[in-house]
Design a protein around this ligand. Sequence first.
Ligand code: THU
Length: 163
Amino acid sequence: MARPLNINISIEVLTSENELTAPEKRAWDKAKEATNNAYAPYSNFLVGAALLLEDGTIHIGNNQENAAYPSGLCAERTALFGKSAVLPDMPIELIAVAARKAGTEAFLCGSPCGGCRQVMTEYENRQGKPIKILLQGKGTEIYRLASVSDLLPMQFSKMDLLG
Ligand code: THU
């Protein structure tokens, strides 16, 4: 007999930036600033990501496109791979992501792509500690997620590979 399997995910909706903690606000501002150095001449869609690390420092990334389209990389992965190359053992507290169209100032409501969710999952599992996520919501709202597993339920992880 078929039965439903309901998975609950939790998203906190903040009414504005004013509800962010001071470290969250620093990461949020850095993610927005990081859109300035996105290289997106093909999509004109500028994305910035900022990782708030356990020691309070911030590591940023932005999307880097290529004439051979699949060779480009999203902002979130640019940030995560760059940080992991230099500070592999430093836990990540939070990832803030911001996106806007080139030539415009307004940040868009949006959510990371599937590939970036998978990579976030890997690093969350690697550090054994949740990574919080901040995303632009509707209007002035900000979405705060307590863990990458709220963005990617039913994950494929090393447990599936190695048992
Ligand atoms: N992009 C990101 O940087 N992050 C995402 O999560 C989704 C998409 C970039 C990839 C590409 O450079 C542009 O946005 C349009 O897809």
